[in-house]
Design a protein around this ligand. Structure first.
Ligand SMILES: [Mn+2]
Length: 377
């Protein structure tokens, strides 16, 4: 049997809270995943964050159910673990489809001599303990954690905790694709697979999405089995078709003129089409005038006819170094970004929280300057 491994489906009707009409991306990826399972006659393994919340809507539950029903109708199994976003007791997936397997602390065998063992998202201490009880027959563990070796800020799991008999770690939670070997102190190298999320759930996510097709080289023709690893496993990323995202930069007025021209030439599209209606992510300098109004006008009524506009002001220098009050919404953007990387309890995290709650930024910076011993410069 083949396997398809995916994670971070974050099933929800709308992609961005700030652009309510941008919708359907998560549902569209679900349909493709079911298509791929049928096309490759593959069982599906999902590494957590199936839903965006522990209380998914009825429509979200229905979409998930439809996907599982299609896969199960051909006798192909579906196994899941829970992530930090969708953790519920009992787990939603098993409530919605009793045939589905919750892989938590279960050993299953996609292939003889290759057991896979799942653990739901948990705190680092519990995880380290649970990993010490992984049965000897398990070659792969399925987790929903941030790995120290890849994500040095805010990690909650290290490959060093994986027992030596486990040579594959398949993870969700990190929304980027990884297929990499890592050395470790105790045991042979370990292969880390992270398929990434199935649609762009955060503007900082990579914009290209895929799932992993995982096969046993023994089941493949000689040519295709050439990429097999020490366990006889062949991993192939299969791209998902997603909404087009385009990166644009406005550093000076001439850049803005060119972009306006380009937007004006675009055809009018259907905002609810998750495959064709584009998103333009524009990094711009705040000293170029009328960026937002000119770009919105060029994209048509309410900015929702030819494409969506996602504006990212580059103001970090101005905010930190300026004598004047930093514009509150720009500071909030910066604080939002920083807060993503700061662990709760750290000074950076508190500063971000203060900035996000402040009506004026100057007093916050003043207080923090004093508390960390920096004189006004
Ligand atoms: Mn996630």
């Amino acid at each position: 049997m083949n396997l398809i491994f995916t994670a971070d489906l974050h099933i929800k009707p709308r992609t961005w809270g700030s652009i309510p009409s941008l919708s359907g991306d998560a549902y569209h990826s679900l349909r493709q995943i079911a298509d791929l399972c049928l096309a490759h006659q593959a069982a599906l393994v999902i590494g957590g964050d199936i839903f965006d919340t522990p209380r998914p809507s009825a429509a979200d539950a229905e979409q998930f159910g439809l996907m599982v029903d299609r896969i199960a109708s051909e006798g192909l199994p579906v196994g899941v673990i829970q992530g930090n976003h969708d953790f519920a007791d009992p787990p939603w997936p098993t409530v919605l489809n009793p045939q589905l397997t919750h892989l938590e602390k279960k050993l299953t065998y996609p292939w003889t001599n290759f057991g896979i063992y799942g653990l739901d998202a948990r705190n680092p201490a519990d995880l380290e303990n649970a990993l010490s009880f992984v049965p000897k027959e398990a070659k792969a563990v399925i987790l929903h954690q941030l790995c120290k070796e890849v994500f040095p800020l805010g990690w909650n799991f290290s490959l060093e905790w994986v027992p030596p008999h486990v040579t594959h770690v398949w993870i969700g939670d990190y929304h980027e694709r990884i297929d990499q070997m890592f050395e470790r102190t105790d045991g042979p190298p370990v292969r880390l697979l992270s398929p990434g999320s199935t649609h762009v759930t955060n503007i900082r996510d990579p914009w290209e999405k895929s799932v992993f097709l995982i096969q046993r080289s023994a089941d493949l023709p000689l040519d295709d089995s050439a990429n097999s690893d020490a366990d006889g496993i062949v991993v192939t990323p299969i791209p998902l078709r997603t909404r087009p995202y385009h990166a644009c930069v406005v550093n000076e007025e001439a850049d803005l003129d060119r972009l306006v021209e380009r937007f004006q030439e675009l055809p009018v599209g259907d905002p609810s089409d998750p495959l064709r209606f584009p998103v333009f992510v524009v990094d711009y300098r705040t000293d170029v005038p009328y960026v937002e109004s000119r770009l919105q006008a060029a994209l048509g009524d309410a900015g929702s006819r030819k494409g969506y506009l996602w504006l990212r002001p580059t103001v970090i220098k101005a905010v930190i170094g300026s004598e004047e009050e930093a514009p509150i919404e720009e500071t909030a953007d910066v604080a939002d970004c920083l807060a993503e990387f700061a662990s709760p309890g750290t000074e950076l995290h508190s500063l971000c929280a203060d900035l996000l709650n402040a009506e004026q930024t100057a007093p916050v910076f003043e207080r923090w300057r004093k508390s960390v011993g920096i004189e006004n410069v």
